[in-house]
Design a protein around this ligand. Structure first.
Ligand code: DX5
Ligand code: ZN
Length: 214
């Protein structure tokens, strides 16, 4: 079954511990943590200290999404903080292979993300290096934006390439995902859906997560 990764970007920061418990109790498979540096994207969010704090209260799989320049410099810090998966942006690194190796050498799974404007070809030659490809369905930087429908075709294209390559790479999609567009993403071949606003602003989180999954 498809996995749901609530993005804590949309959570109530003053009650973060309770928000994480609420997400876990509501059936969240992963916790998605958006790291923004104000350079790669126009917004600034969290650092490794927050990941460490989250790690101390949960056994849930922590999915760290680095929307930062020079991510290579910070991979070790996020790994030490307790991230399970570390995703970098293809637009932000010089060598996808070296960066993937750095992440894997730390015993973590490696993810590569591409912005809406970046074609699947950019990462297609690296499917054996990454456990996960994260397709952005909004321009990264902010939660609560509208889902870009063109992402569905990108998921289909990537799924074809993954099947043809024989790799087990997971397809994750992030941005504007809700109960209306989740079914199309599941049918297109997505394996993990990130959802911030749809999950944390829901009055019935467990029901929302079930609807996103089925
Ligand atoms: C956007 C982030 C997303 C964001 C999703 O740059 O990468 O993870 O939190 O939030 P929603 O689901 O509200 O679009
Ligand atoms: Zn994200």
């Amino acid at each position: 079954m498809i996995k749901i990764a609530p993005s804590i970007l949309a959570s109530d920061y003053l009650n973060l511990a309770a928000e994480i418990r609420r997400a876990e109790d509501s059936g969240a498979d992963w916790l998605h943590v958006d790291i923004m540096d104000g350079v790669f994207v126009p917004n600034i969010t969290f650092g490794p200290g927050l990941v460490q704090a989250i790690r101390s209260i949960t056994k849930c799989f922590i999915d760290v999404h680095l929307m930062i320049v020079n991510p290579e410099k910070h991979i070790k810090a996020f790994s030490d903080a307790g991230a399970d998966n570390i995703t970098i942006h293809a637009e932000a690194v010089d060598s996808l292979s070296l960066t993937a190796e750095t992440i894997r050498a730390l015993g973590k799974t490696a993810g590569v993300s591409i912005n809406p404007g970046t074609p699947v070809e950019k990462i297609a030659g690296y499917l054996d290096k990454f456990e996960l490809v994260l397709l952005m369905s909004v321009n990264p930087g902010f939660g609560g934006q509208d889902f870009m429908v063109s992402t569905i075709d990108k998921v289909k294209e990537l799924k074809k390439r993954i099947l043809a390559s024989g790799s087990k790479t997971l397809i994750e999609v992030d941005g504007g995902i809700n109960e209306k567009n989740a079914a199309a993403l599941r049918e297109a071949g997505a394996d993990v859906l990130v959802a911030g606003s749809a999950v944390f602003k829901s009055s019935n989180m467990a029901q929302t997560i079930i609807r996103l999954k089925t």
